[in-house]
Design a protein around this ligand. Structure first.
Ligand code: UDX
Length: 436
């Protein structure tokens, strides 16, 4: 099938490259000439495991092409996926300027049946606006459908999540659109939920909001564990075996980061407010998440007595492993707070160092975890990269000035480090913390 994908960000590029790998003829459209030129040379605009190889294969086998022309995209693809950015406005509302501009360009170029599919996360009722523009701009007598097909891709696991989804959500308003999209996704053998467009738009926002809330819930339980000396990992395991709860997204730590959770939460809050609904659970979710970062700073300060002129090694800066993305990463707030108290920061991240240097002037960036811990009074495990899982702690102890580990992602076993002579502070586990 001929498919066009407009927007080559995290969602668009994964979507296009995966559809090409499934055998479709994909044309990627982006107005950023530099990005298109780089993609033609198989140079990726961001790190995503496996994506570079997939794009390279698609380009080599002539199934994946790139253009800056929206009209060319409309000519090529019977199905046109909208994957343009929907950034948050200052009040949290999704900025749909790019969506409207692209839809107008697409609608004016349509000469035969086209299915326009919202893939970017958009507020409910966006589909209605797109259909209105199409009705007003598409040449008379030419049929054009609008559908919602939200993505649930996680950064760092984008290819996996696209090719092995839990479900495909298809918000459609016509039989033709439904049949086209069911045929397109058939090779993935995933359960398909066919709804109206508005319900599909809401499924995405509600899912992301719920996931963020689940994380803040377990982080609140972790605060109780810290007071009473319980282990939140054991609590999460016991909770997660209840199939109504599920173990995923019950990992306590410094809290969630990333572009999507905070953006989607803000968008849902604004949608609710505009509808006269006070979504209190979502407000509390963000409050707990922000607090989690400052609690870690407080914990380090209490463990070191004074932060001023203390050297702190931070392992991991990206908001999660297997990505170079620093958007809303907990590390940024935490490092800035520690530096405000006079701490000297040494940091290492396997992928995100280039971006981090621009965001964190004054931090010493090291080439390895072992270099980062040299002379440190405290090691903070911020992001649970695989390569931090099996560090040689006997060697680390010799390199550090004080054997203190603050495990921001509960990556390590307290007893293992304590037996090596470390003081272990986790999130909801390890040393109790009654900060009343
Ligand atoms: C999220 C949604 O998972 C995905 O479905 C949606 O399409 C985009 O937003 P992403 O932001 O890439 O994906 O990462 P995710 O794996 O969800 O993690 C988000 C944040 O939550 C990370 O900072 C991660 O460290 C944190 N997290 C995740 C926790 O703190 N605890 C958990 O148990 C899980």
């Amino acid at each position: 099938m001929n498919i066009s994908v407009i927007g080559s960000g995290h969602v668009g590029l994964v979507t296009g490259a995966c559809f090409a790998d499934l055998g479709h003829q994909v044309l990627m459209v982006d107005h950023d000439r530099k990005k298109i030129a780089a993609l033609k040379a198989s140079k990726m605009p961001f790190y995503e495991p496996g994506l570079e190889e997939l794009v390279h294969r698609g380009v080599e086998e002539d199934r994946l092409r790139f253009t800056t022309s929206t009209a060319e995209g409309v000519r090529h693809g019977t199905i046109i996926f909208l994957c343009v950015g929907t950034p948050a406005r200052p009040n949290g509302e999704a900025d749909l300027t790019a969506v409207e501009e692209v839809v107008r360009d697409v609608a004016q170029a349509v000469r035969e049946y086209r299915l326009i599919v919202e893939k970017s996360t958009v507020p409910v009722q966006t589909g209605e606006w797109i259909a209105r523009i199409c009705r007003g701009s598409v040449r008379r007598g030419v049929a054009c459908d609008v559908a919602s097909n939200p993505e649930f891709l996680r950064e760092g696991q984008g290819l996996q999540d696209f090719l092995h989804p839990d479900r495909i959500v298809l918000g459609v308003e016509s039989k033709r659109a439904k049949e086209l999209l069911l045929a397109l996704y058939k090779p993935l053998n995933a359960p398909a939920v066919v709804t109206d467009v508005k319900s599909a738009e809401l499924i995405k926002h509600a899912s992301n909001s719920f996931l963020a809330m689940k994380i803040s819930f377990i982080n609140s339980v972790a605060q109780i564990c810290e007071r009473v000396g319980a282990d939140v990992m054991q609590v999460a395991e016991g909770m997660g075996l209840d199939r109504r709860i599920g173990r995923a997204f019950l990992d306590a730590g410094v809290g969630y980061g990333g572009y999507w959770f905070s953006k989607d939460r803000g968008a849902v809050l604004r949608i609710a407010e505009k509808l006269g609904i006070d979504f209190q659970l979502l407000k509390a979710t963000a409050r707990v998440n922000a607090e989690q970062r400052q609690r870690l700073v407080k914990r380090v300060e209490e463990a070191l007595w004074n932060l001023n002129r203390k050297t702190i090694a931070v392992l991991g800066i990206s908001f999660k492993p297997d990505t170079d993305d620093l958007r809303d990463a907990p590390s940024i707030d935490i490092i800035r707070s520690l530096r405000q108290e006079g701490a000297v920061i040494r940091a290492f991240d396997p992928q995100a160092m280039a971006q981090a240097k621009a965001l964190l002037p004054g931090v010493t960036f090291c080439k390895s975890a072992y270099e980062a811990v040299r002379g440190a009074d405290c090691l903070i495990l911020m992001t649970e990269w695989n390569e931090f899982k099996e560090l040689e702690f006997a060697r680390i102890k010799k390199l550090m000035r004080q054997p203190l580990v603050v495990d921001g992602r509960n990556l390590y076993q307290p007893k293992t480090l304590q037996q090596l002579g470390f003081r272990y502070i986790g999130v909801g586990r390890g040393e109790p913390w009654d900060q009343r």
